[in-house]
Design a protein around this ligand. Structure first.
Ligand code: SF4
Length: 345
């Protein structure tokens, strides 16, 4: 986010976290602190990228019961984009969250995203002429008590300066919409549209941040308050918004023309929705759904250790993750700021 503080983090690590953190995505928000310098602005020639233009997410897939290793469990009733992504990144972490239901704190970046998302939702429900920055400020003030009362916000234990910084980060994300588009020019059809659909054989559930109409065609828009990932890490996000488009097609009977990722304060990634892209996205979802079913029936959830173990809230319970952390520590490639470093340092 322009003008924001520059955290002491390795942007390459952040790119990976942006795509993988917060499995389940109970919080609509960034995985990455706002203000992080953006990664390489690689151009994807397959996409229309609108430069200099500005993730907010909610899904709660639930599995019926907790599991012991080797004991089968019921598969979840549906997949959301975030839980599918979480499973793809590390089935063990997915199991800790969705089967064992271990708590996973949202963290400040995600809460900032939640706050910004709520304000933008209310803003875009107003008539076009009311969608001004002054109105957004007023809405932010109205929404603040709700955020301040959130137990997860209290758990951050912010002092007065910290709370001020939080609010400022939230405002930067909100105002970042205007660097992308003038919301008063947008023909908003719906905000927070919950879509439930069978995509192929897969029961899918998602919440679309905003559904617009442009040139007579539907456009799916998804806010992101994290840093634009490098090209090779964008797959999850693009897949997510394409799945929303596929679900809208099933749900509304109208295929969106475009699917957009609005990286607040940064850029828009604008993706033409084509049958081939939808087929690829739903095919990948079906593969994940099959793997989830196999893992649940066997009660075996593979660990996929990697750099993200340093940020995994379940590393203490994961022998493979701890081994990964020890190896990384010994090799000098476990960042000082990785929260799980305390387990092995
Ligand atoms: S510590 Fe690493 S391998 Fe273990 S659950 Fe977390 S991400 Fe997966």
């Amino acid at each position: 986010m322009r003008g924001g503080p520059e955290p002491d983090v390795d942007p390459a690590i952040l790119d990976e976290i942006d795509d993988a953190a917060l499995p389940g995505g109970e919080r609509r928000g960034a995985d990455i602190p706002l203000g992080v310098t953006g990664p390489d602005q690689d151009e994807d020639m397959a996409l229309t990228v609108v430069p200099d233009t500005p993730d907010l997410e909610v899904e709660t897939d639930e599995v019926a019961a907790g599991a012991d290793a080797g004991v089968g469990v019921e598969p979840p009733p549906y997949l959301s984009p975030s839980s599918a992504s979480a499973f793809d990144h590390c089935p063990r972490r997915w199991k800790f969250k969705y089967v064992d239901r271990l708590p996973e704190p949202s963290g400040q970046p995600a809460l900032v995203g939640t706050f910004a998302h709520r304000v933008l939702e209310l803003l875009c429900e107003l008539p076009p002429e009311g969608r001004t920055q002054d109105t957004a400020k007023a809405l932010a003030r109205e929404c603040w008590p709700e955020m301040a009362a959130d137990p997860e916000f209290a758990a951050l234990e912010l002092d007065a300066d910290g709370e001020r910084a939080f609010r400022w980060q939230g405002w930067l994300a909100i105002a970042g919409l205007w660097t992308l588009e003038d919301p008063s020019d947008v023909d908003v059809v719906a905000t927070e549209r919950k879509v439930s659909a069978d995509l192929g054989e897969v029961p899918f559930l998602g919440i679309v941040d905003r559904l617009d109409r442009r040139n007579g065609q539907l456009v799916v828009s998804d806010y992101k308050s994290g840093t634009v990932p490098r090209l090779r890490f964008r797959g999850d996000k693009i897949q997510q918004v394409l799945l929303y488009a596929a679900a809208i097609n099933e749900h509304e009977g109208e295929l969106p023309d475009r699917a957009r990722l609005l990286y607040l304060g940064q850029r828009i990634i604008d993706i033409p929705v084509t049958p081939r892209r939808l087929e690829d996205a739903t095919g990948a979802l079906a593969e994940t759904w099959g793997a989830v079913g196999t893992a649940c029936s066997a009660g075996e959830f593979e660990a996929k250790p990697g750099v993200l173990c340093g940020w995994c809230p379940f590393a203490e319970q994961c022998p493979e993750g701890r081994a990964e952390l020890e190896t990384r520590l010994a090799n000098g490639n476990l960042p000082d700021h990785a929260p799980a470093r305390v387990l092995v340092a």
